[in-house]
Design a protein around this ligand. Structure first.
Ligand code: GLU
Length: 430
């Protein structure tokens, strides 16, 4: 079949992520009886920057890239959130992602606000030198908005520790100081934290294990389907596979692959190391390639983990979803109408702002270590992450039981309460 048909579909035109985010907020605000004044202070982003970045390509041509930075809220601490490099990011999407960061930090109770940035570029189409120049130009154009106590970026889709090192270097050279706390997700050699690279996946796994325990079962032999095999999806796959789960399907940009008996995840990881993605993984019988990548959502599985992009599960494809537990590794992977269908079916959905908060949690731990100048052993970082994730899961679950609502609403109730309290305590400056 044509390779295009196997590519994950982007549905920006059919649903706005920021509308999704605001619908979630409005529903939770009703539970909390928030006043219009309270809502006005914490719902919309505080600062939206739209910028054009001229960058010299290797052949001497200058190309101008669209960039964005959205700072949603700084009530509880410096704005925190990743920088995305992707050819199709919209400003709406960046606003939604910044909004989710505010509430993600609040739900795990780390002292950070919310932000997100993006550059519209396709990292696969550029040389290392071009990516470095795009990264440095983005950071230097926004240099006054970033800072260890202002806005602390991190990796997101399409960015990585090397790019964080260039951000940190650009900032440090400009300020004539060594300031590693300006960005997290850095390589270990320049102030990164142990466990940061695996942390989003590890956080998802903590949530999945807590959910299984709550439902009276455990990970051993559980069937799992994972959409997305990037940093989040591949780490979730590896960790759950190591812990005895059966990974029955995985997918990435090249398509979806399934094996009822379970996929050998170390073979899949090796394949990606060698070929960049999973294309050709079906050869040799490791798995069957599904005709359409979207079929991954419909495989017979106990747990479904959308760990790719927003709007993956929609009104159009939700009816075939069979999983009992859905763990949102990605941000905003379920549209509001699909969410309602799944809730009615009784699916146990671990919402994104809780489920994928492990990444920003270890980012916070990295920032703490940078500021102390003292670096922790792997076991300490893992233990702190585990404590924070389990405490957050427990309080969200208790809130859901108390209010008889979904975990998504409960997560927002916990998070919005904290953001509102901070706003009220601080009051208005002028
Ligand atoms: N990009 C990640 C997220 O969406 C990490 C953000 C951070 O560490 O600041 O949560």
């Amino acid at each position: 079949m044509a390779s295009n048909a196997a590519k994950p579909k982007r549905l920006y035109q059919t649903i706005s992520s920021v509308e999704n985010a605001y619908q979630q907020f409005d529903r939770a605000a009703k539970f909390l009886d928030l006043t219009p004044n309270q809502i006005a202070v914490i719902k919309a982003p505080r600062r939206v920057v739209d910028l054009q970045l001229p960058v010299r390509m290797d052949n001497g041509d200058i190309r101008v890239f669209q960039g964005y930075l959205v700072q949603h809220n700084i009530g509880r601490g410096p704005a925190k959130g990743g920088i995305r490099f992707h050819p199709q990011v919209s400003l709406d999407e960046v606003k939604a992602l910044a909004f989710w960061m505010t509430y993600k930090c609040a739900v795990v109770n780390i002292p950070m606000g919310g932000a997100k940035g993006a550059v519209l570029c396709d990292p696969k189409q550029h040389t290392t030198g071009e990516i470095e120049r795009i990264s440095r130009r983005y950071f230097s154009d926004l240099i006054e908005l970033f800072g260890p106590d202002r806005n602390v970026p991190a990796p997101d889709v399409g960015t990585n520790p090397q790019i964080m090192a260039w951000f940190m270097d650009t900032y440090s050279m400009h300020k004539r100081d060594f300031l590693p706390a300006v960005v997290t997700g850095k390589p270990l050699e320049v102030g990164g934290s142990k466990a940061r690279l695996q942390s989003t996946g590890a956080g998802v796994v903590h949530c999945v294990r807590s959910a299984l325990q709550h439902l009276g079962t455990n990970v051993n032999g559980c069937r799992v389907a994972i959409q997305g095999f990037g940093n989040v999806g591949s780490n979730v796959a590896k960790l759950l596979w190591d812990q005895g789960a059966k990974i029955v399907a995985v997918s990435d940009i090249s398509g979806a692959y399934s094996n009822k008996k379970g996929i050998d995840i170390s073979a899949a990881l090796e394949h990606v190391q060698r070929h960049r993605d999973l294309s050709g993984f079906e050869q040799g019988g490791a798995a069957d390639k599904l005709e359409d990548a979207e079929q991954l959502l419909h495989v017979d599985t106990d747990i479904l983990i959308p760990a790719a992009l927003e709007n993956a599960i929609t009104a159009q494809n939700v009816s075939g979803v069979k999983a009992r537990i859905i763990a949102e590794g990605a941000n905003g992977p379920i549209t509001p109408d699909a969410d309602q269908v799944l809730q009615e079916k009784g699916a146990f959905i671990i919402p994104d702002i809780l489920c994928n908060a492990g990444g920003v949690t270890v980012s916070y731990l990295e920032w703490v270590q940078n500021r102390m100048g003292y670096y922790w052993q792997l076991e300490r970082v893992q233990a702190e992450l585990s404590t924070i994730m389990h405490a957050a899961f427990k309080s969200v679950l208790e809130t859901a039981e108390r209010h008889d609502c979904s975990l998504r609403m409960a997560a927002y109730i916990c998070a919005i309460r904290r953001v509102t309290q901070a706003a009220e305590l601080r009051g208005l400056y002028a």
